[in-house]
Design a protein around this ligand. Sequence first.
Ligand SMILES: Nc1ncnc2c1ncn2[C@@H]1O[C@H](COP(=O)(O)OP(=O)(O)OP(=O)(O)O)[C@@H](O)[C@H]1O
Ligand SMILES: Nc1ncnc2c1ncn2[C@@H]1O[C@H](COP(=O)(O)OP(=O)(O)OP(=O)(O)O)[C@@H](O)[C@H]1O
Ligand SMILES: [Mg+2]
Ligand SMILES: [Mg+2]
Lengths: 270, 270
Amino acid sequence: RPYVIVLGNEKGGSGKSTTAMHIVVSLLREGFRVGTIDLDGRQKSLTRYIENRRAYCKANDVELPMPLERVIVRSTARTSDEAEADEKMRFEDTYVELMDQVDVIVIDCPGSDTFLSRLAHTAADTLVTPINDSFVDLDLIARIDPKTYRVAGPSLYAEMVWKARQRRQMADGGTIDWVLLRNRVGAVHAKNKERVESVVEELTKRIGVRYIPGLGERVIYRELFPNGLTLMDLRDEGVSERNDFSMSHVAARQELRALMDGLNLAFRRE
Amino acid sequence: RPYVIVLGNEKGGSGKSTTAMHIVVSLLREGFRVGTIDLDGRQKSLTRYIENRRAYCKANDVELPMPLERVIVRSTARTSDEAEADEKMRFEDTYVELMDQVDVIVIDCPGSDTFLSRLAHTAADTLVTPINDSFVDLDLIARIDPKTYRVAGPSLYAEMVWKARQRRQMADGGTIDWVLLRNRVGAVHAKNKERVESVVEELTKRIGVRYIPGLGERVIYRELFPNGLTLMDLRDEGVSERNDFSMSHVAARQELRALMDGLNLAFRRE
Ligand SMILES: Nc1ncnc2c1ncn2[C@@H]1O[C@H](COP(=O)(O)OP(=O)(O)OP(=O)(O)O)[C@@H](O)[C@H]1O
Ligand SMILES: Nc1ncnc2c1ncn2[C@@H]1O[C@H](COP(=O)(O)OP(=O)(O)OP(=O)(O)O)[C@@H](O)[C@H]1O
Ligand SMILES: [Mg+2]
Ligand SMILES: [Mg+2]
């Protein structure tokens, strides 16, 4: 069955969709067949990114590797029981539909706690949680002592992940590899950055999450959205914007490689 | 009746809560009585920021100006009709409760399209929408032509604001001053930045929004969250971290002054 990678973090704007797209394109370019499931049926940033990619190919008469993309809109049923039954059915149907057509499914969750998001978390083989270098973002994962900056205990999102792991354990004995990744990391040294780093390290010892090298704050991670491209597509596209070889691009490629390796995806090793 | 400022943007992580807290503290320090209503009953970043502030005062035996803060949790009723009736009642009760106690109410919306968020938008005298310098964020506000980077038409969130303005017009003939503000603006010049700027300019001519000087990407806007402080509290607090007089802090103070002036708040002019 396909390997399931979920981008989850109920904190908005932590970088789920951006990271999702870069993981998708990375895997496509390695020759894997990729399916995407967008659980943010209204905003659908990941799906919009892919639609832009499709439009770019059409407008420029080129071929770029494309995922099989699906969106699961939230149910409009008027009672929660009906809505959840409806969403569960469509989620499972989508999974079954993609199952024989792809090697890996990348699921992008919304920046809020929804029933669909919880279904996805339970189904994850690897759960990737990007966070900004910020205690505002960390507040969803852990309670922090403001005097010592030590972890006082888990917070809402860590508890949600714990419950997802429990459900998964009971369903099929499966485990979820939970990976934290710092996103939009500033270039400059700052006390705040050190503190976030030490909290992240402490989290790895306290709440069953590991962390991998993250992504810096770089315009290249967002400026190609209108054309559905990522840095990895640039050389092919002969989009020889002079700065294709700028240091920021070289560093970004490094970051993406480290990210993919850090994910330690079983199906990716020979 | 109190002046209502709403922080709205259904795009996650655009900076609503951060901007809300800085507006709140700014007004408090000018002597206004401020009430806050947090519509993100689970994440409640703004309320957490204020709770941290309260804890800081207690732990350090100091007094800092504080808002009257309220949270409106989402209804757990099992049918949408009951949930909406419940939320509407609690929203109105909260407003009535604060009405005679404050000069201004700052409402922080979640990063998703909820019924409570729509109620708040309809009640806004000023609607402040922060956005990242990113076409991913802009995608919620306008459709963009990827060849020309020109605005092709409004998108989901602009349509939601338009409907809120209609409802307000019908309810009491009131108008909503919709203000866009670029947030987390990078220091370095970039083609992407120019393009976002030109889209924002075009939006002001096309969808009834105006824009004001925004906030740069600065650690000072987020590093004081655990203590519930903002840059504006630092001098009082004699928190003389050497860098209280760093150029970034001086620039940040300028940005906050320009933001407050740009809001053009009727009750703030003599
Ligand atoms: N590493 C990065 N460098 C530069 N910009 C980034 C980076 N990661 C994300 N962004 C930008 O930050 C914003 C938030 O990112 P994104 O939309 O991917 O987050 P999200 O977690 O999917 O948000 P939501 O909760 O709304 O789904 C977007 O404007 C995006 O373009
Ligand atoms: N100007 C800024 N400079 C530096 N960091 C910022 C700035 N504005 C916001 N941040 C950080 O960016 C992240 C998102 O900001 P914030 O939580 O205020 O956005 P939001 O729109 O309220 O998100 P949500 O949609 O989840 O409610 C937080 O980690 C915050 O600390
Ligand atoms: Mg997203
Ligand atoms: Mg917020």
